[in-house]
Design a protein around this ligand. Sequence first.
Ligand SMILES: Cc1cc2nc3c(=O)[nH]c(=O)nc-3n(C[C@H](O)[C@H](O)[C@H](O)COP(=O)(O)O)c2cc1C
Length: 257
Amino acid sequence: MKKVTAFVGSARKKNTYKSVERFLKNLQAFGDVDYEIVRLSDYNLGICRGCFLCFEKGEEFCPLKDDRDVLMDKIMASDGVIFATPNYSFQLSGLMKVFLDRFGFAFHRPHYFGKAYTSIVTQGIGGGDDIVKYLDLIGNSLGFNSVKGICVTALDPRTEKDQQKIDHAIDKLSKRFYATLVNPAFPEPTMFKLMLFRMGRTTIKQKLDDSSRDYRYYAEKGWFDSDYYYPTNLGLLKKVAGNIFDSTANTVRNILA
Ligand SMILES: Cc1cc2nc3c(=O)[nH]c(=O)nc-3n(C[C@H](O)[C@H](O)[C@H](O)COP(=O)(O)O)c2cc1C
């Protein structure tokens, strides 16, 4: 059984919610899937004050007492996650952005390896494709196995043909997402992902020390010495490339020092 959780950034049970519902029901038709739809408007989320305590000292030092950890625990308990939002003023809804800012520290200390992720954006007219790109970046940065999301245009009144187009896009995404959900959770990284990891971790090792929470997180995870975030068979080419990425980060650091 796979557990999938959708986080919905609209206070209405309309376009975004209904798209998510269709998507999740499709997954259930494909296999043994249990799902939960989390409406962010049902939770208490504070607005990040920008104190940097989560980055520097640790997330437990956050001065906001809200439902952040309840929601993060739901992600952790899931095999797959969907972030779904309406397009508001050519961007995410405020609800979704407040939610993302609440775990900004997880972009420094990625948590969600082995979990499938995608996004659904609904809009009236246009501009939503950039939001999908942004949500793809979010998924990749948090460590998820990210499946490129979709934007559906759901303007009212809508014809049957308009609705069929929306349903078709959701159905296609469900298939792609399900394939990732049931595939090996820890795939070999692409060359680009490997480069980001190796250059990032080498820079953290050189620039920070034990007083930094990011440094300690990397040390605890063994990431200063590992091939990648998780055990994986890199193969010769990627092993060599990984060493080059480490030494490039070292060289850049020495030049800038
Ligand atoms: C405050 C607000 C701003 C919006 N801005 C845009 C926009 O910039 N571009 C767009 O295509 N649709 C925009 N819309 C339309 C919504 O994105 C669209 O109706 C969406 O499907 C609503 O989702 P919901 O039914 O889940 O609430 C806006 C709607 C609202 C309420």
